[in-house]
Write a protein that binds this ligand. Structure first.
Ligand code: SF4
Length: 386
């Protein structure tokens, strides 16, 4: 393995050092930002960071280029906006992704879960929750340990990752059920040396029992069976507002500030932002609003020099290759085998290594390359890879 597994995620109170300074990760409560919160993040990124903001695959917002000196005043600014938890433990526990197409019931559950997590057992740093219980499932491909989903008839389910089935729960007892499942995870031996994931525990044959026993399939199982090629949402007008994307999840502070002026924002795990109640597509620098833009099918992590683990740059190459990507195909350019930008297989994955770019077809960045590494100074036309 040629990359370092941290076992924890950066937060706001515990930022991670990167090649362009500290990365301060803000977890918007329930995945939402008021106009004031979003414009405060944009101003904070300009004043205390380098003006570059990442939308992460965990529906978080990362302010880049923060220094040891500017971290404290940035946190003070964000705290006034109710974006900072009481301490690192609370920040780490609040690892919740909410569907951006949530209804009022789902937001009530998100708040109840956030509150209930104060009584959660000691969980691994990456242990997370997903509320994919809107009108239709949209986050089957997004990883989490405990999931809220709906059965075909609308029944709310709590499901342990790795189980095909979930347990039905009354809406007003759902947060406590998730907490009970988290306790079951720790008591069943899910945590070893502070690490562990629910799917790993389920793979050993362990199953929750009683009211948490898995008995009903989520609706996502049916839609998965019907469509092998699941697709993520694309930019456009939806019932809740306007959905816009940014290439590689990177947005500059000016554009975020301009979006904040249009309405409250919802962040997504697809490096898109939903502007609530907006009925037209904004035309701002850096936004992708065309649902057929090939950049939507290209993933690229920070790469060099922004990431200290990168063996080479990524995004310039990804931008060059995007227009040549055959229709329907996906491309992932990764600075190392960790594959932060896209944990799933892509049609073509190029991974920077000390000896050049390794090429993986139909796989993940961590898979064994099919061919010897190619030199980044001898670019080949992308059609050669298909
Ligand atoms: S995948 Fe990219 S961002 Fe992640 S550690 Fe490797 S180089 Fe850094």
């Amino acid at each position: 393995m040629s990359f370092k597994v941290q076992g924890w995620c950066p937060g706001a109170l515990r930022p991670m050092a990167s090649g362009d300074g500290l990365v301060v990760r803000v977890r918007p409560p329930s995945g939402r930002l008021t106009e004031m919160q979003a414009s405060g993040i944009a101003e904070g990124a300009q004043r205390y960071g380098n003006g570059v903001i990442d939308l992460s695959g965990r529906a978080n917002v990362q302010i880049r280029g923060v220094t040891a000196e500017t971290h404290a005043p940035l946190i003070a600014t964000l705290r006034k906006l109710d974006l900072i938890d009481a301490d690192v433990a609370a920040e780490t526990r609040r690892n919740i992704i909410v569907t951006p197409f949530a209804d009022a019931k789902t937001y009530r559950l998100a708040e109840a879960l956030q509150h209930a997590l104060g009584d959660a057992p000691a969980l691994p740093g990456k242990f997370g929750f997903i509320l994919d219980c809107g009108a239709a499932p949209v986050m089957a491909d997004v990883q989490a340990d405990i999931r809220f989903e709906r059965a075909v008839d609308g029944t709310l389910l709590v499901r342990a990752a790795g189980c095909d089935l979930g347990a039905p729960v009354p809406e007003d007892e759902a947060a406590e059920a998730a907490l009970a499942l988290a306790h079951w995870f720790t008591q069943a031996g899910g945590v070893i040396d502070g690490r562990g994931r629910m799917a790993q525990l389920i793979a050993t044959g362990a199953r929750p029992e009683g009211q948490l026993a898995p008995v009903i399939a989520p609706a996502s199982a049916q839609s998965q069976a019907q469509s092998q090629a699941r697709t993520q949402p694309v930019p456009g007008i939806v019932k809740q507002g306007a959905l816009v994307a940014v290439a590689f999840g990177q947005i500059d502070a000016d554009t975020l500030g301009a979006l904040a002026a249009l309405g409250p924002l919802r962040v997504t795990p697809w490096r898109m932002i939903l502007i609530e109640r907006l009925t037209w597509m904004p035309n701002l620098p850096g936004l992708i609003t065309d649902p057929t833009d090939p950049l939507l099918r290209v993933h690229a992590c920070t790469g060099a020099p922004g990431c200290l683990q990168a063996h080479g740059p990524t995004r310039d190459l990804a931008r060059c290759l995007a227009p040549h990507l055959p229709e329907g195909k996906t491309l992932h350019v990764s600075g190392c085998a960790k594959g932060c930008a896209w944990p799933l297989p892509a049609d073509l994955t190029l991974v920077a290594t000390p000896s050049g770019l390794s090429v993986i077809r139909d796989g993940r960045a961590s898979d064994t390359p099919e061919t010897a590494a190619i030199s980044p100074s001898e670019p080949r036309h992308i059609s050669e890879f298909f």
